[in-house]
Write a protein that binds this ligand. Sequence first.
Ligand SMILES: NC(=O)c1ccc[n+]([C@@H]2O[C@H](COP(=O)([O-])OP(=O)(O)OC[C@H]3O[C@@H](n4cnc5c(N)ncnc54)[C@H](O)[C@@H]3O)[C@@H](O)[C@H]2O)c1
Ligand SMILES: [Zn+2]
Length: 354
Amino acid sequence: MESNVVFTNYVAEAIEEVVSAVKPSKVFVLVDENTQEAALPVVQSQSDTVKGATVIVVKPGDENKNLESLSYIWQQLGDSGATRHSLLINLGGGVVTDMGAFAAATFKRGIHFVNVPTSLLAAVDASVGGKTGINFNGLKNEIGAFKDADTVIVSSIFFNTLSATEMRSGYGEMLKHALIKGSEMLSDLMKQDVLEVGRERMLDLLKENVGVKQEIVSQDPTEKGLRKALNLGHTTGHAFESLALKRKSPIPHGYAVAYGLVVELILSVMKQGFPSETMQKVANYIYENFRAFAITCDDYDEIIDFMRHDKKNVDASAINFTLLKNVGELALDSTATTDEIKAALDIYRDVMHI
Ligand SMILES: NC(=O)c1ccc[n+]([C@@H]2O[C@H](COP(=O)([O-])OP(=O)(O)OC[C@H]3O[C@@H](n4cnc5c(N)ncnc54)[C@H](O)[C@@H]3O)[C@@H](O)[C@H]2O)c1
Ligand SMILES: [Zn+2]
């Protein structure tokens, strides 16, 4: 099953439509403490369904996407009389949509749920594609299931309370989708700073951008092949995130992805004939908007070690990457040796002024 993704700034109307189709026995809304304040009143003031719904509130942040919060959600659903015919509306960032979706997928073997992403990252990535779950045993997304929402309601009305850092982080993933899709979408995104994009224009950009993920996911829902395309920038991005965490100064995921894109476009130039002027243009844009993640040559071995421990890498001698032959032309299952990665990291430091 594939979810129905609706792009609209009339969120309440879209919710009422789902409710009249599903006819749930009871409606629940899951928020975190931040979206309870920033997003819930907006929807409550417009939707009688949401006004009358039972609200479940969890603590914000990825560190709370855990078994304790999940158990709390199940408990609240049970205590408040949720049945197999109830509906859960997940109103929040990726933490709320990932965890709420998993709670709904498992409560009484599955109840209806709707994702209403309120962060740019959740709108463009987390809320769409059917991956649900929680962190467990110190590992990200260790427990979960593939389960599509009944409907995902993507809008741009919630972003005015989102920090500039969260906006840029979401834009990092949008740049990734554009690089996968083609040069027109990429140049559309690189025309401006994300903070300057108006509400209606943002909704249009989201429609096109989320479409890239939807198309890939619909062809490969359970990550057997093509879905690896969405890994672009992530082998390096995850390694940078891990290094930043070890330095005790974490970087937002979408920033790590943006820096990872630069490294992986350099590898694309080296290994797949990707045009070097385009790589340079993207690197300039990312430097202007995200600055750089600072590394020295003393960090190289550790970065490569993190890459090697990434779950997608089984072979120790070469590391797997999703690369590009050109904007919009994928080179799935590419590999690079440690020497090639070190050379790419040298160039990264050069183009990112480190
Ligand atoms: N399922 C997937 O395919 C997928 C893909 C990418 C990321 N993810 C997951 O998504 C999560 C990251 O998503 P995220 O960046 O949205 O994190 P998040 O849910 O933690 O949101 C970021 C912060 O912004 C706050 N917030 C959200 N909307 C707001 C609003 N409108 N106004 C003010 N504050 C708001 C949140 O409370 C939180 O503090 C991670 O857990 C990641 O693993 C999942
Ligand atoms: Zn990502």
